[in-house]
Structure formats: structure tokens, C-alpha cells
Design a protein around this ligand. Structure first.
Ligand SMILES: C[S@@+](CC[C@H](N)C(=O)[O-])C[C@H]1O[C@@H](n2cnc3c(N)ncnc32)[C@H](O)[C@@H]1O
Length: 213
């Protein structure tokens, strides 16, 4: 979906300090930089950062890229106006570590924005991520926190909405929006775990927006 329809990025970006938590190839930071923000990307993979650096050269952008853990960012308190994560810290870090860390890094009034798989996609998804989600709930919602995907030996973190709201509130945020992403009828995908038919009926991804009080 085009950003003009999703509305993931904060509206005011010009001159704002931003940190991308788990920046990977850094394309979200690149979007921010092109809109006038001053992004910093942090990622714990040197290989991903090497790709990000190559893209910086290719597209003529230059912003700091740090090698480190998004749960413990080496910046002082209240250094940023925006903290953002697109499938970075938002699914790979423990929310009970990275969300309080984002709160520490943000100035009062600062915005936290993150994109993740929807809870329904996690509930209906099979352990084999190559098989599409169906209409049956395959995992319990209560107690959801660490989610294992044995087929590729990885684990992610996902919280039920009630727990996520509690955590954001306890970390000093006010929740402003939960965008349930619905692709257009003619959308295409290269992913196997969600079909277009499923994603037209249920949200497959969600964007959280919260503001530090
Ligand atoms: C699926 S990528 C998404 C990042 C970016 N949006 C992209 O598409 O390149 C997830 C990134 O999170 C990073 N990551 C995972 N755990 C992390 C941690 N604890 N601290 C920082 N980065 C982390 C991974 O190295 C990877 O680059």
C-alpha cells in the first residue's frame, strides 16, 4: 500500500530528530531524511548496516548508522522527537525492553510509530511460515509474548492488544492510533504466509502510533 494511504510516517518531519530501531537496510530512515528529518539508524547486524551504507552511497543520503542493540541505545535521555520501527525492534526485541527504551530516548511530546504483523495474523499463522494463514485460531491469545517459528529457528515478540496498551501507558505513552492495514483489491504480494483474500477480510499488519506524555 502506498504511504499516502497508510499514513505510517509522522506528519511533521522537517528538522526533527528521529531514531529507527532495528533499521536494517535503512529505507524508512531514508524516507525520513528525504522529508527533512535527521534520522539515526541502529541495528545489531553489521551485514544489514553494510547494505544500508551501500544504499546511502547509491541514493546520495548520509545519516548515522550505529551497530548496537535497540534495547540499549547509546544516546542520552530525550535525544529524539520520533522513534520508529518497521519490523525491526517492533518484532525482534522484547517489548518490555525496547518500548521503555524508546520512551527514554524520546522528548516529551515525541512520537513512537511501529509496524508489526497483526495479532490475527499471528493467531491464524502456522509454524510453517510458507503456508498461508487460514480462518482458524491456532494459538492462544492469553499469555502471548514470545512467538516461536520452528521452521526457521527464529522467535519474535507479539503482545495481545490489551497488554500492548498497558505497556505503552506504563512506559509513559498515550496511544493515538492503531491502523489496521488493508491492502487494495488488486494488491500483489511475494509472501506466502498471507493470501490477498485473507488480507482483504482481516488486518494482516498494524501500525501503532503513541505519543510520549
Ligand atoms: C526484517 S528487518 C526490518 C528492518 C528494515 N525495515 C528493513 O526492511 O530492512 C529486521 C531488522 O531488525 C534487526 N534487529 C533484530 N534484533 C535487533 C536488536 N536487538 N537490535 C537492533 N536491531 C535488531 C535485524 O538485524 C534486522 O536488520
Amino acid at each position: 500500500m502506498p504511504e499516502s494511504e497508510v499514513g505510517l510516517l509522522p506528519r511533521e518531519l522537517d528538522g526533527r530528530d528521529a531514531i529507527e530501531l532495528g533499521c536494517g537496510t535503512g529505507y524508512v530512515s531514508a524516507w525520513l531524511a528525504r522529508r527533512g528529518a535527521r534520522p539515526v539508524g541502529i541495528d545489531n547486524s553489521e551485514a544489514q548496516l553494510a547494505t544500508a551504507r551501500r544504499y546511502q552511497q547509491e541514493f546520495g543520503l548520509d545519516f548515522p548508522l550505529l551497530h548496537g542493540n535497540a534495547e540499549q541505545v547509546p544516546y542520552p535521555d530525550e535525544s529524539f522527537d520520533i522513534a520508529i520501527s518497521e519490523y525491526g525492534a517492533s518484532i525482534w526485541c522484547d517489548p518490555y525492553a525496547w518500548i521503555p527504551e524508546a520512551a527514554r530516548l524520546l522528548r516529551p511530546g515525541g512520537e513512537l510509530v511501529f509496524l508489526v504483523n497483526s495479532i490475527l495474523a499471528i493467531l491464524c499463522g502456522l509454524d510453517d511460515g510458507n503456508l498461508p494463514a487460514g480462518d482458524e485460531l491456532l494459538r492462544p491469545l492469553f499469555g502471548m509474548h514470545q512467538v516461536d517459528w520452528p521452521d526457521d529457528d527464529s522467535l519474535e515478540f507479539h503482545l495481545p492488544h490489551g497488554k500492548m496498551i498497558d505497556l505503552l501507558r506504563d512506559s509513559g505513552f498515550a496511544v493515538e492510533q492503531l491502523i489496521e492495514v488493508r491492502p487494495p483489491a488488486d494488491a500483489t504480494t511475494r509472501y506466502k504466509h498471507i493470501s490477498l483474500d485473507w488480507a482483504r477480510r482481516f488486518p494482516c499488519e498494524e501500525v501503532w502510533r503513541a505519543r510520549k506524555l
